[in-house]
Design a protein around this ligand. Sequence first.
Ligand code: IPD
Ligand code: CA
Ligand code: CA
Length: 287
Amino acid sequence: MTGYSDDLRLAHMLADSADDLTMRRFRAVDLRVDTKPDLTPVSDADRAVEEAIRGTLRRARPRDAVLGEEMGRTSGHGARCWVIDPIDGTKNYVRGVPVWATLIALIEHGRVVVGVVSAPALARRWWAARDGGAWTGRSLTKAARCRVSSVASLQDASFSYSSLGGWEERGRLSDFVELSRSVWRTRAYGDFWSHAMVAEGAVDISAEPELSAWDMAALTVIIEEAGGVWSDLSGNPDIDGGSLVCGNPQLHGEVLKLLGDERARASLRAVPPLRPGISGAVRPPRG
Ligand code: IPD
Ligand code: CA
Ligand code: CA
């Protein structure tokens, strides 16, 4: 039980109704796909899911603000905001690839406190509420705890990402290739899946160069509650930072050293090395 149990239960209900909608339209022959002004696709299912979630939140949490990818921001009367990506992985969804999910998060006083990632075509769901641990399973009562891996060196690590394109556009392809060559294994599982697999310890590190708040909010609390670390490419844990790097505590900083912005690299260089015999990211107190 956490202070957010009711909100987590509501987030699961929102995910259940989203799953009904998305699964009914997945691979439908009459699925309608439009192109948004940013030239990315959006289907009738993306819009229907966001509309349905907003409808339920209007009744169940009338004071809360809502931010959704397809319908923007609706203001509220307090310090709480639900952040919704109705379908993360729309390009997969419209092509019949089962790697897509509905992402639902609740932010309170600027911190993500609840996150649910529901991927019904994979028969998978991941969730967390602040201080309540990270979980995966079919429902709140049928769940297994998520924990990040304990792989401690890059040469033993499995690294997942989405595609090369974003790194190339940011002029970061050579850093990306260097990281890829430093790890044991790479696989582009893509979208939410890379980060969800870090939370459950199946993958050790994940990174994405270009994301919005709704792409990452739900994932960040799941990563944290699974014992992992996340930040943007500058090393800040900021869901408006535009990028995401996730890992277990031993590896997150190692990834930033290769892939992070100059600011992140400089601050990592400024931190004194660990004393011999001490492992992990927790450093001994100074002095
Ligand atoms: C996309 C995914 C993908 C990321 C893109 C996003 P969408 O979200 O999160 O991993 O690389 O930048 O736009 O559009 O499928 O919800
Ligand atoms: Ca997304
Ligand atoms: Ca989306």
